[in-house]
Ligand binder design. Structure first.
Ligand code: ADP
Ligand code: MG
Length: 690
């Protein structure tokens, strides 16, 4: 049977089960995945030179015969491999370190390409650690128009993101095979007309050239095409999601007049900001319709999203509907519970809390006691435990989800099934730049609270140079000793998600701080590997002032409210995105106390320091996210990489031009499609009679 692109990568010649397992770590499961695994840069080995013409400093490819290859030892015991190479213009030595296997893989008497840098080594010109590739290979490789000659030398050589046990060299040789055998199966999916108009290369050409480009121009053409594809497909799927959403069963209108909610608004101990009012109006307007709302409410920590959501829940209540309010952690669920209770209980509204540790049984018993009848609308707050409940008590008219991206795919699917097409409000403190929101979340309507309550004093922020670290610690000591004020000290993650290494690093830092720096203060330690009961206890101790300092990895819940925390110290600040630093900083300064943020950086170069200094002068998460986007690319926007919002493979979200182009292309495709659809509708089938 013919092997297909969609078959497991193991079916590919020269990929065994061990490697297939390793490839999974790179997200490669099928042959197609392998072809769509793109290099992030190229080594330019396209300059080909006769050996006699080599100049030190040049990066080149030579072709020559290996006269000899040997292992030697240097004076300090390192193994060196030396090969003598010649062509008809001269001779040169190639040198590698600690690769003793080379004397077996490179055979004397045969011809090879060598690519690398020509350098002085003592008084001799040599090639230092060059890539190599046997010439014979090329002759015996599969003939046909898909044939690729060199892959490691003599060209632009692709370099891929690697994982342990999978090198770029390994990937190159397998991708070569996959291209040679399967590229005829790569199908074009854009209409010819669009390809012409946008001046794109074909899909097959793009896949070929992204791996083994003829030259830089072709590498760019390939990248342009594949970036177009990526943004096009993301936007298309989000459009389709949107139209599916709009075709959902109509829902109950939760319409209120502005003055109906004044009862709550007026009871607040503060005035809503303009931004809060605008967002609230957008939400009330949406839920007043029978098309279910699907809106994202975005705002910095402390910008007052919860209050806005609470008023929306009140509007649902006024219409006789219940609200589900879901938070990603127990701590946050508890926090929301007490916020909503204080705001809405005085109005006689029943608020319930369901979390993992408050089991449903206890809950229903409690429910009986409180005499919640089946038809009294209420507000139910909880963690994902909510998803596994059967809510028959009342019609759920509104579902509010805090930091939805922190829930798993399965949980999100369950969530969508709650109630009969309820109105949906998602909240996030992740600052998502508008361009990103419009691309990736174009199925959602967007409300942004871009203004902080005036009562909040901006956190004073300093990037601390190495030599001032000691002084910084002293300052903190005097600030928190015998005062109610408290400090966070955050250590960066070493790997992408919290690992044992990180736990060790933060534990060592904790020991150091507790023993040497702050011996007379009470310090707590928090990281993701601590059990949730214990975590909650530590956070409570901190909240209630039994600890002066909390040392932690960045796992501390984003929204956590520690009123007396006024100092945020961030170690290895260079390892964070600006927006993420801003979010960490948002955990202090939650009351009217002047708060401070100290950024310690491992990197002391101008570029890193300049980037961090943005935080000294900018107080908007969104502005910082946008700066991140242009300085470091979208991968670094907080919450996106870490929480799997999405990860672009090749396109850049800072390429507004391409975003707009692909948006238009999507509209065009849908237009073609709708003409087709209406033709189909008009086409009357003649019944077949036998
Ligand atoms: P978020 O959910 O966006 O993090 P919250 O709604 O929890 O923010 O609000 C953070 C704090 O600010 C709460 O203590 C809240 O009572 C207060 N707050 C909210 N809106 C305002 C406002 N307009 N003026 C003053 N304080 C406010
Ligand atoms: Mg909050």
């Amino acid at each position: 049977m013919q092997i297909k692109l969609s078959d497991p990568v193991e079916k590919l010649f020269m990929v065994g089960p061990t490697y297939a397992k390793r490839l999974e770590k790179l997200g490669i499961f099928t042959i197609e995945d392998l072809l769509y695994y793109f290099p992030f840069r190229y080594d330019d080995f396209s300059l080909i030179s006769p050996i006699g013409h080599l100049q030190p400093g040049e990066t080149v490819t030579i072709t020559g015969k290996v006269e000899s290859i040997v292992n030697e030892f240097t004076k300090n015991g390192r193994k060196v491999q030396k090969a003598q190479i010649s062509d008809n213009t001269g001779k040169i030595e190639a040198i590698w370190f600690n690769q003793p296997f080379l004397t077996k893989t490179i055979r004397a008497g045969e011809s090879y390409n060598f690519s690398g840098k020509c350098e002085w080594f003592g008084r001799e010109k040599v090639l230092l650690s060059p890539e190599y590739e046997c010439i014979k290979h090329q002759v015996s490789s599969i003939k046909g128009k898909n044939e690729i000659n060199n892959v490691h030398t003599g060209r632009l050589v692709p370099v891929y993101p690697e994982t342990s046990g999978i090198s770029s060299k390994w990937l190159r040789s397998r991708i070569k095979i996959a291209l040679e055998i399967f590229s005829n199966q790569i199908e074009e999916f854009l209409p010819d007309e669009m390809i012409k108009k946008e001046n794109l290369v074909s899909e097959k050409e793009a896949i070929f050239q992204i791996h083994f480009p003829d030259n830089q121009t072709w590498a760019q053409k390939a990248k342009d095409r594949l970036s177009f594809d990526e943004l096009f497909l993301i936007q298309l799927s989000s459009k389709i999601r949107k139209s599916l959403w709009q075709k959902k069963t109509l829902t109950k209108k939760l319409s209120v007049k502005k003055k109906d909610v004044d009862k709550v608004v007026d009871s607040l101990p503060f005035k809503l900001t303009k931004a809060q009012e605008r967002c609230l109006n957008e939400i009330l307007n949406d839920i007043g319709k029978d098309i279910p709302m699907n809106r994202l409410l975005e705002g910095d920590v402390g910008s007052g999203k919860t209050v806005v959501a609470t008023i929306a829940a009140y509007a649902a209540y006024l219409n006789g509907s219940s609200t589900l309010f879901m938070a990603p952690t127990e701590i946050l669920a508890n926090q929301h519970f007490s916020t909503l209770q204080s705001l809405l209980s005085p109005l006689g509204i029943t608020i319930e809390l369901i979390t993992g540790s408050r089991k449903p049984k206890v809950q229903s018993a409690k429910c009986k006691v409180q005499n919640c009848g089946k038809n009294i609308p209420k507000i139910i707050i909880g963690t994902h435990a909510l998803l596994y409940q059967d809510f028959t008590t009342n019609e759920i008219g509104l579902v509010i989800v805090d930091e939805q991206h922190r829930f798993g795919v399965e949980q999100r699917a369950l969530l969508a099934q709650k109630g009969k097409s309820p109105h949906f409000l998602t909240m996030t403190a992740t600052p998502i730049p508008r361009s990103v929101a419009l691309t990736v979340f174009s199925d959602l309507d967007l409300s942004i609270i871009d203004e902080m309550p005036v009562s909040r004093i901006p956190v004073k922020t300093w990037v601390v140079p190495k030599e001032k670290r000691g002084a910084g610690y002293d300052w903190i000591k005097t600030r928190i000793k015998d005062t109610p004020e408290q400090a966070f000290i955050i250590c960066p993650l070493i790997e992408e998600s919290e690992s044992l290494k990180d736990v060790k690093a933060v534990s060592i830092e904790y020991e150091k701080l507790a023993k040497n720096i702050f011996p007379d203060l009470k310090i707590g330690l928090l990281h993701g590997k601590i059990k949730s009961k214990e975590k909650e206890k530590i956070l409570n101790d901190f909240k209630e002032g039994r600890l002066d300092i909390l040392v932690s990895t960045p796992v501390v819940e984003v929204g956590i409210d520690i009123p007396n925390a006024t100092i945020m110290v961030i170690e290895g600040a260079d390892r964070f995105g600006l927006a993420q630093l801003h979010q960490l900083r948002g955990r202090v300064g939650r009351r009217n106390l002047q708060s401070y943020c100290f950024l310690f950086s491992e990197k002391q170069d101008d570029k890193s320091l300049k980037r961090l200094k943005y935080l000294e002068t900018t107080n908007s998460g969104l502005k910082l996210a946008e700066a991140d986007l242009s300085l470091r690319g979208p991968g670094d926007i907080y919450g996106i990489k870490q929480h799997g919002f999405f990860k672009l493979k090749i396109a850049s979200l800072s390429d507004i031009n391409l975003i707009q182009k692909t948006q238009k292309a999507v509209d065009q495709i849908l237009e073609i499609n709708s003409v087709l659809k209406s033709r189909l509708e008009k086409y009357r089938m003649t019944p077949v009679s036998n």
